[in-house]
Each structure stands twice: as structure tokens, then as C-alpha cells.
Design a protein around this ligand. Sequence first.
Ligand code: GLN
Length: 454
Amino acid sequence: AHLDRIAETDGKVHAFLHVDTEGALAQARRVDEAVKAGEQVSPLAGVPLALKDVMTTEGVPTTVGSKILEGWIPPYDATVTRKLKEAGVVILGKTNMDEFAMGSSTENSAYGPTHNPWDLDRIPGGSGGGSSASLAAFQAPLAIGTDTGGSIRQPGAVTGTVGVKPTYGGVSRYGLVAFSSSLDQAGPCARTVLDAALLHEVIAGYDHMDSTSINAPVPPVVAAAREGLSGDLSGLRIGVVTQFTGEGYQQGVLRSFEAAVSQLKELGAEIADVSCPSFDYALPAYYLIAPSECSSNLARFDAMRYGLRVGDDGTRSTEEVMSLTREAGFGPEVKRRIMIGTYALSSGYYDAYYGSAQKVRTLITQDFAKAFEKFDVLISPTTPTTAFKIGERADDPMAMYKADLCTIPANLAGTPAMSVPSGLSDEDGMPVGLQIMAPALQDHRMYRVAAAYE
Ligand code: GLN
């Protein structure tokens, strides 16, 4: 049924870059046989899922939204992919994304944009717009995204779906094609909080293949979501981050947020304002750290090892082939970031730029720590605005970057955060998201609140 739904709708939505019909049906048959044979199967066995094209899949193309990896077929599965397969999840295909996960609209995909199912003229968010759009279009009930600065939560917010960025290190990065390694984190996307929790427990856990994987028990997110469904939040202390309101925020978003605050109070939570002054510097710090790490990570696309190779006709040097390939294979946003990152890391500038940004990162982590002394979770709107029109911000990188104003601090601090649907804006009728943030390894706290609120 989901494959049929994709066939019916994806001509308009363009959530998928590759639909793996054969692989999906084979996995579904395996699960059917296991069930018939009376075998014990996992809770998500047989449930279809859309996988962001940043995760490697053995034998199935993985482009990361880039021409430079066109035609590349990975010889191995990412740990997330492997865990999904082991749980009997049916991977329907690979979803569209901004090239190398750089963007907030999927317009930076080399394969054309994804459209928001709520209004096809609008963006579905990014970089994981394909994953969230596939949920909103009922093409898949579950999806996987990755969140470096907001790429799970912002698409979740603007498509009216749930998106979770787990604690950094909570889900393995092995096989997640790297953008900014100290920020990248994979997580679950779904239409309900409990579905996201069930998926979270399938993909999370220690992995010796990822040197930053946390060797600690997986937070009990399913139990917390079930507990939250009772709708009782009495005694829970919620902080409203004062930095995330005001100028640049749509009135419809702010009104939806105020309504969420009232609803959480009715559920028994104690709510007060909390100031995190360093959050004002999160965006500039991010746009030094993420490009710096990307300029280093993307050096591996050297025309020799993967995918595209341009100009290799026997007359050119290796350097010329590398340079022609990178010129043809990377899009404008990726090139912009490689140049910013290379500059920020160059000798003489390293301390002024990268070093300062790392200090800001510490201040942000300290602001979170202070706020969590007084509050169990923090909340804010997920994004300052609802989904904008396709093309509206395409020539204005700064306007595009601002889509992640509220989401980036959690990436810099490594703490978990999620977006849960918060109704429709009374301005334009488009979905709005409520962001819930928790301390590291306390992912279950935000699931409890989100399930109660949902
Ligand atoms: N929009 C942000 C960026 O372009 C975040 C992207 C992400 O989380 N992958 O860097």
C-alpha cells in the first residue's frame, strides 16, 4: 500500500530519490514468513520506513543529494541501516535532502526540491525535507533523518510531523556520510510521539564503530512516551527560553507557542521564563564550526575513491581531475561552506574564528547546564516561521540560515531536542512545531512532555 501511495503522490511531492521496491517487498516477505513460522519478531517488524539518503545502504544507491556521489553504490550498511533491517523494518527507499545536508529547504538537492504536502508551492524544510514530507504525504509511517543544526526538527515542524534529535552519541554515526562530525546526529521521524519512541529504541545504542558513541543504556523513551500519554505533567518544571521570541518570529508562530504554554500549564506543568544569553551567538558559532568540519570531511571526495570523475582522459594530472570533478560535482552552497571553512581554519585565522566559535560553544553548554538546574525541560518554537515558498530564500543564504535559530544550540551542546506538532498557524494555515529540549541522556523527559502535549 505504501509503495502504491508513493507511486501515486511522489510525482508531485518528490520525497524520494530512490524507491527500492524489490528490497522492500523481499524484507516484507521475510517478516511474513517469520510470523507464519511463529518466530518472535520486533515491535516494528514489517513497518515501512523512508531513509534519508545520507545513510549508506549496501547495494542501494546513496547520493547524499549530490552529483558527486551519483551512481555510487555503497558496499556496506550504516549501523542505523543494519539495526533497522535486523528489527524487520521495511526500508522503502532513500529520501531527498539538501546536498550533504547543507540547507533548510531541500532546494540545495542536486536532484530538485521536495514539495511540502500541505502546500506544494512551499518548502518541506531541510535538510531532511524528503523524510518529513514522506510522513506528511502518508507515503511512510516512519522515517530517519539527521540533524546537524536542525535538519530533523525544522522539517518536522513545517510538515506537522514529529522529529527527534537524540543526545549526541546516542545513535551511531557509522555510515552516516559526514557533514560536521561533532554535530551530526541521526534520529527518528514519525507522525506520533510513540511511533518516534519505538523507532528511537531500534536505532539507538552503543556502537564500537563510532568513536563518539556513548557507552550508556538507551534512555527509556518508549516507557516515557506511554507515561506521557496519560496527560499528567504535574510537578514538571518547564523553562521558556526568552531568546527565542520577538523580532523575526511570525505572529502566527508566537500565538501557537503561547497556546502550547497554556496547554502545558493545564496538564499540570510549572512554567517560567529562563534566559540563555549565549544562545544569541549560536548561529554565528555554528556557521564557523559546521563549515570548518565540512571543509575537512569533504576533502575525501577527490574523484579517485567514489562516484563522479571528470576529465580523466589521460591528458590531465590528478590534481586537474580532482579539481574538475569537485567543480562539477559540488553545488554552490557546498562550495560556499568549503571556502568559509578552509578560510576559518587557515593559519593566522584559526584562533580568531574557529577558536572563538568553540569558546561560544562552551558558553552555550553552560547556559543549558544552568537552565537545567531549575527546569526539567526547556521549550521554544521550533522555527521562527512556517514553511516559506519555494524560491523565496534561495538567493539569500542568511535568510535560509535563520530557519535554524532555535534548533542550533542543542547541536552545539550535544543535548537532545525534538519538535512536536503544535497545530496550524492562524496566519497562513501551515503547521507549527513546538521544540522541547532536555539534558544529555535525558531524552525520555522530552518524550513524556511531547506525548502529553500531542
Ligand atoms: N540548516 C542547517 C545547515 O544548513 C542545518 C542542516 C542540518 O541539520 N543538516 O547547516
